[in-house]
Design a protein. Structure first.
Length: 207
């Protein structure tokens, strides 16, 4: 073997070592830069995702007279905009419930961006099996049949809890107030109900 071949062999070995180390590092989970895949919902959502316009969100929160000591639950919370605004602009705390993991991922990202993670949280679950009884305000942008299915749960909330629904009412429940707003679909209603004392007829206002 020629002595002058040693430097080249050493260089080759060093290059092979560096290539192996690079490949191993790129295969390491901590080195992956691709976003994690978000799974599918546990079942088909009851309502397709349609975000509430920001000005309507503000109208809903104003109608509910949200204050810092409120706990706002948004049922079918989408990208989290309602509870994030409730926290950021009204000082309240908020909880969003959505069955779609993609929406939950977006909500958490939006909360981080708004620096509101200490005041809001998001639950990936079926809103029909999630306890939202601690709420002082409940917001809805759902379909009429879903609103109707929720009535027994909404009626059991603490007296004085405010329920606000965009577009759809709650059947024959008489709202305490209705505000008209403009949307890309034309004029729409925002409804407010205040949960009456136990035993009172549904629709009786609480002052």
């Amino acid at each position: 073997m020629r002595i002058d071949s040693f430097p080249m062999r050493i260089q080759d070995l060093a290059a092979a070592f560096l290539l192996t180390a690079t490949l191993l590092a790129s295969a390491s989970p901590s080195a992956q830069t691709a976003p994690a895949q978000v799974g599918a919902p546990a079942r088909t959502p009851d309502v397709p995702y349609e975000p509430t316009p920001p000005d309507v969100v503000k109208t809903m929160l104003d109608l509910a007279k949200v204050v810092p000591n409120d706990l706002v639950y948004d049922l079918g919370s989408g990208d989290g905009r309602i509870v994030i605004m409730a926290a950021k602009e009204y000082g309240a705390r908020g909880v969003g419930i959505d069955i779609d993991p993609q929406r939950i991922a977006e909500s958490n990202a939006n909360a981080r961006r708004a620096e509101m993670t200490a005041r809001v949280r998001f639950i990936e679950d079926d809103l029909f099996s999630t306890d939202f009884s601690p709420a002082t305000v409940v917001t809805l942008f759902l379909w009429p049949n879903v609103n109707m299915q929720l009535r027994p749960v909404l009626r059991a909330l603490k007296p004085g809890t405010r329920i606000v629904s965009y577009v759809h009412d709650l059947g024959d429940w008489r709202p305490d107030k209705v505000v008209k707003v403009q949307s890309r679909h034309g004029e729409r209603n925002v409804y407010l109900w205040v949960v009456p004392p136990a035993g009172a007829p549904t629709g009786e206002r609480v002052h």
